[in-house]
Design a protein around this ligand. Structure first.
Ligand code: KIV
Ligand code: ZN
Length: 518
């Protein structure tokens, strides 16, 4: 029997994932995701890029101070200021890692960094040494490694390991590689870098050609020991290697790969849902593992086969990825215990107090709609239970609209103990006037870039889930709202986005992009 090799899972949802346009998260949300990643069994959490902004620094610091069970990592460019700042944020973690990076490809050297090869090596070595002076766990990434000349890549990697790097990460920064290419890069490093055994080789693939998961698996087959990935594959441009896909490929095809990971796969769907709700980035229906259709069998022949023997058309069991097997319907006569059971089956862990709050919300919902489905419960938990630092909330509104008539709205918002009301008779339609009233009361103007309504479950009485994307001074913010009343859901979503603008200080705090000149 071949002994399985344990692959380290490095999650970068909070750093590379947050680089998805509009995916920025506040500190409370990042903390919540970090806790969920620990419960998922992630080995290393890249919590952010501390020099990027005060908010990023605080998020990494608070995660390092309070989250236990995974190594906490912070990103830094190869300069003293970045590295010292990263360490300041990470120093109280149970286990910390500093991740330093510097681009190495000819294109980046010539056009971005304007540095020669020798200077790149010197900067990389100085960066790794500085980081190693702070903490023993140092990762070095030659950015755009997949497009770097193999000889030079070997030279840089060898120098970084000699300087103290304990992990060397090989990024396919622009998603250019193919599986055979990626495997060859890793093989070359293993064959030609004399000190390669002193470090773990890691792989970090972007998904521009849809190959991030395949490239990561190929790298691991050729000897990489760590995979960098994100929940739902979110990240810069087309995103990163998707954690749930790569982990389930390893688990489902253990017969072929002989690898294992420490991931509690039953937490995949709840974690995916959490990240989607927090970032507002919806998971496409046909997404492998966590998409709504991933375990739905439509064709009659398939359904027939499934009834006879599940393995005819099912290579993974839904319960293994955390999909509750049945969609039991609850109603207004269901008790707290039944609700508690569904909450557990859906993968959430709530305190007694949170369960009580949820129970009250559940009863109110069951009064409005006859049948309460799993998706309704998940939406309630995400909407009502999560702690938010929302500045404004809706007290009440009245709205009238008719064909050919100007809509009329009266809206009252609460901020602390104060209430402000606006009456408007303007706008292109009811939503426009409602959003305008919100802007006038809060004093925050935005450009609405996207507005989507979808039903959480089936039926005319289903809850509406609304997501909006707004732009404010060049930065994108998302908002989400759920209600059986789709107008109220829209107002909640728009106000949620405005509250995020307010939390960012009412202005777009410019971030340092990790891809800017080192
Ligand atoms: O894609 C990339 O090159 C990165 C590095 C910062 C590791 O995200
Ligand atoms: Zn990346």
């Amino acid at each position: 029997m071949t002994q399985s090799r344990r692959i380290t899972i490095f999650d970068t949802t909070l750093r590379d994932g947050e680089q998805s346009p509009g995916a920025s998260m506040n500190i409370a949300e990042k903390l919540e995701i970090a806790q969920a990643l620990v419960a998922l069994g992630v080995d290393i959490i890249e919590a952010g890029f501390p020099i990027a902004s005060q908010g990023d620094f605080e998020a990494v610091r608070q995660i390092a101070e309070s989250v236990r069970g995974s190594t906490i990592c912070g990103l830094a460019r190869c300069n003293d200021q970045d590295i010292d700042r990263a360490w300041e944020a990470l120093r109280h973690a149970e286990r910390s890692r500093i991740h330093v990076f510097l681009a190495t490809s000819a294109i980046h050297r010539e056009f971005k960094l304007k540095m020669g090869k020798q200077e790149i090596i010197e900067r990389a070595v100085a960066g790794v040494r500085r980081a190693a002076g702070h903490c023993p766990d140092v990762e070095f990434s030659p950015e755009d490694a997949a497009r770097t000349e193999p000889d030079f890549l070997c030279e840089v990697v060898e120098a970084a390991i000699n300087a103290g790097a304990t992990t060397v990460n090989i990024p396919d920064t622009v998603g250019y590689a193919t599986p055979a290419h990626m495997g060859r890069v890793i093989r070359t490093l293993r064959e030609r870098v004399p000190n390669i055994d002193r470090a773990v080789i890691s792989i970090h693939c972007h998904n521009d050609l849809g190959l991030a998961v395949a490239n990561s698996l190929s790298a691991v087959e050729d000897g990489a020991g760590q995979i960098e990935c994100t929940i739902n594959g979110i990240g810069e441009r087309a995103g990163n290697c998707s954690l749930e896909e790569v982990v389930m490929a390893i688990r489902t095809r253990e017969d072929y790969y002989h690898f294992t990971t420490g991931i509690a796969t039953q937490r995949l769907v709840p974690t995916s849902r959490l990240v989607s709700n927090i970032t507002g980035i919806q998971v496409q229906r046909n997404k492998a593992i966590v998409g709504r259709n991933a375990f739905a069998h439509e064709a009659g022949i398939h359904q027939d086969g499934m009834l006879k023997e599940r393995s005819t058309y099912e290579i993974m069991r839904p319960e293994d990825v955390g999909l509750a097997q049945t969609d039991l319907v609850l109603g207004k006569h269901s008790g707290r215990a039944a609700l508690g059971d569904r909450v557990k089956a859906l993968g959430y862990t709530l305190s007694a107090e949170q369960l009580q709050t949820l129970f009250v919300q559940f009863k109110a919902l069951a009064d409005k709609k006859k049948e309460v489905y799993d998706a309704d419960i998940a939406a309630l938990i995400d909407e009502e239970i999560r702690e938010t630092d929302e500045m404004w909330s809706i007290s009440r509104y009245t709205l009238s609209a008719a064909t050919g008539a100007v809509p009329k709205v009266t809206l009252s918002l609460k901020r602390g103990d104060e209430e402000a009301t606006r009456e408007l008779s303007t706008g292109d339609g009811p939503f426009d006037s409602l959003f305008l009233a919100i802007e006038q009361i809060t004093g925050i103007e935005v450009v609405c870039k996207d507005f989507r309504v979808h039903s959480v479950t089936v039926g005319k009485d289903a809850q509406a889930e609304v997501t909006v994307e707004v732009a404010h001074r060049g930065q994108v913010f998302r908002g989400r709202g759920v209600s059986t009343d789709s107008i109220e859901a829209s107002a909640k979503a728009f106000l949620n986005a405005i509250n995020r603008v307010a939390a960012a200080g009412g202005k777009a705090a410019p971030k340092v992009s990790p891809y800017e000149r080192a």
